[in-house]
Structure formats: structure tokens, C-alpha cells
Design a protein around this ligand. Structure first.
Ligand code: AMP
Ligand code: ZN
Length: 108
């Protein structure tokens, strides 16, 4: 399967990870929209958010997002979580965007 995030997960494409464990990888978006723009990505190829049926993995992803917000100190500076799905996504491999700092005024 020609999936860039699977290739990153298998280390076929080199990438500096902000965080990594057996199931999850976090790296900076190649085209950031804010000074912090991380992608929190399961290593398993899950095509769309609606295909995420593993509650344990969902919990781990949420926990990792919390860790990343704390690690980057976005906690007090304003952060935004974005998930594109149902065709709004460019890459068909589940990923959460963690973006900030963002103010109150700019809404999606
Ligand atoms: P989405 O529209 O939610 O599918 O977003 C895909 C994101 O992946 C975009 O923000 C891209 O900039 C980002 N992206 C694409 N290729 C790479 C890559 N090789 N490394 C890091 N981020 C990437
Ligand atoms: Zn994939």
C-alpha cells in the first residue's frame, strides 16, 4: 500500500519523532500552520476516524495528545486539535493535528 505515514511508521522514510512507542508516533507537520503543529498518528494503518474501533488505542492516542500539549507548553498558550475525515483529509491514514499557540479569535 502506498501510504506515506505507513512508510514513516516502518522507518522507510526517515523522520524525527517527537514521541514514539510501539503503537503511536508523533512528528511535526511538514507544512506547519502554527509554531507548534504536531501529528499524532497510530502506526497501524487506520483509514478514517470512523474505522477507529479499538478503544484502548483511542485512549492511548488521547493520552498522547495530552502529553504533547503539556510537553509543548501549549496548555496555557492556546491549542487546537483537528481531525479531518470523511474525505476532508489529504492523507488516508488516521492522524490528529495538535496546533498552537492559537488565540480565541481565530475559529475554524
Ligand atoms: P490532512 O489534511 O488532515 O490529511 O493533513 C495531512 C497533513 O500531513 C498535512 O498537514 C501535511 O502537511 C502533512 N504531511 C504530509 N506529508 C508529510 C510528511 N512527510 N511529514 C510530515 N507531515 C506531512
Ligand atoms: Zn498508512
Amino acid at each position: 500500500m502506498d501510504c506515506i505515514f505507513c512508510k514513516i511508521a516502518k522507518k522507510e522514510i526517515p523522520k524525527d519523532f517527537t514521541y514514539e512507542d510501539d503503537e503511536i508516533m508523533v512528528f511535526s507537520d511538514i507544512n506547519p500552520i502554527a509554531s507548534t503543529h504536531l501529528l499524532v498518528v497510530p502506526k497501524e494503518h487506520i483509514t478514517d476516524f470512523l474505522e477507529l474501533k479499538n478503544d484502548k488505542l483511542f485512549g492511548k492516542l488521547a493520552n498522547t495528545i495530552q502529553k504533547m500539549v503539556k510537553k509543548t507548553e501549549l496548555k496555557d498558550k492556546g491549542y487546537r486539535l483537528v481531525l479531518n475525515g470523511g474525505g476532508a483529509q489529504i492523507i488516508d491514514h488516521l492522524h490528529f493535528h495538535v496546533v498552537g499557540p492559537v488565540g480565541k479569535k481565530v475559529k475554524m
